[in-house]
Ligand binder design. Structure first.
Ligand SMILES: Nc1ncnc2c1ncn2[C@@H]1O[C@H](COP(=O)(O)OP(=O)(O)OP(=O)(O)O)[C@@H](O)[C@H]1O
Length: 227
């Protein structure tokens, strides 16, 4: 971390293959910020997230995320960058044939956790944070959609990330459950983890007003408004 800065992009051009998706991107996200990311389909939201989690390289301007320099980020460093980030994406769901506990242990083992007591304590700690301690032995299909999303958030909290990236975290949820999930993400940001949420759900943005950035016409606009 550089000061309180979790993400700092300056004058970055973002390409998908040879196609320039976003140009001259300036973005600054600090510890504890909660930021909405909006924009039409194809406007570049996923591309911006991919730069932040090291899936797209940048070759112009300068970028930092979670203490890692994004320019020339070596592929061997990408897993370490990702441990500083908690990722809550729709295509990164729970393993359906394992219990909640086993889902969390799977990620811990993959990210270098070995001590059984620490693993057990952290499992209960992250489940406590999302209000699901009692579900530790359940299978994903025994949980509601909102509860499953809470487990995904618990999993994202395992390595005490500096930043949570969430892509359409309420996409499959009813309005009340969506509000509960966003309330949880807001609480997480208030405890110091920055949270960046890409969404098309203007209802939820109205319910939880916060800073909005928008991908539009090849740019990232600050202080955007919703209609
Ligand atoms: N792998 C790829 N190769 C080439 N072009 C791509 C690739 N992925 C995305 N693009 C293009 O980059 C542009 C931005 O796509 P991106 O997925 O970032 O948009 P988005 O705002 O996240 O859209 P959505 O809301 O539908 O998820 C689009 O024109 C898209 O066609």
């Amino acid at each position: 971390m550089i000061g309180n800065s979790i993400i700092k992009l300056q004058n970055v051009d973002i390409f998908q293959q040879k196609h320039l998706v976003l140009s001259n991107v300036d973005l600054h996200i600090d510890k504890g910020d909660f930021v909405w990311l909006i924009g039409q389909t194809g406007s570049g939201k996923s591309s911006l997230l991919k730069v932040i989690y090291g899936d797209i390289n940048i070759s112009s301007g300068s970028g930092h995320a979670g203490g890692y320099q994004l320019n020339g980020l070596a592929s061997k460093d990408v897993p370490f960058l990702r441990r500083k980030l908690g990722i809550v994406f729709q295509d990164f769901q729970l393993l359906t044939d394992r219990t909640i506990e086993q889902n969390l242990h799977f990620v811990m083992k993959a990210t270098g956790w070995t001590d059984k007591k620490l693993i057990a304590d952290k499992t209960m700690d992250v489940l406590e944070k999302v209000g699901l301690r009692s579900k530790v032995k359940k299978m994903p299909h025994e949980l509601s959609g909102g509860e499953q999303q809470r487990v995904v958030i618990a999993r994202a909290l395992i390595n005490d990330p500096e930043l949570i990236l969430a892509d359409e975290p309420t996409g499959n949820l009813d309005p009340d459950t969506s509000e509960e999930i966003v309330m949880l993400l807001k609480q997480i940001s208030q405890s110091g983890t920055a949270v960046l949420v890409a969404t098309h759900d203007y209802h939820i943005i109205r319910a939880f007003p916060s800073r909005i950035i928008k991908c539009e016409n090849g740019k990232v606009l600050e202080d955007a408004q919703i209609a």
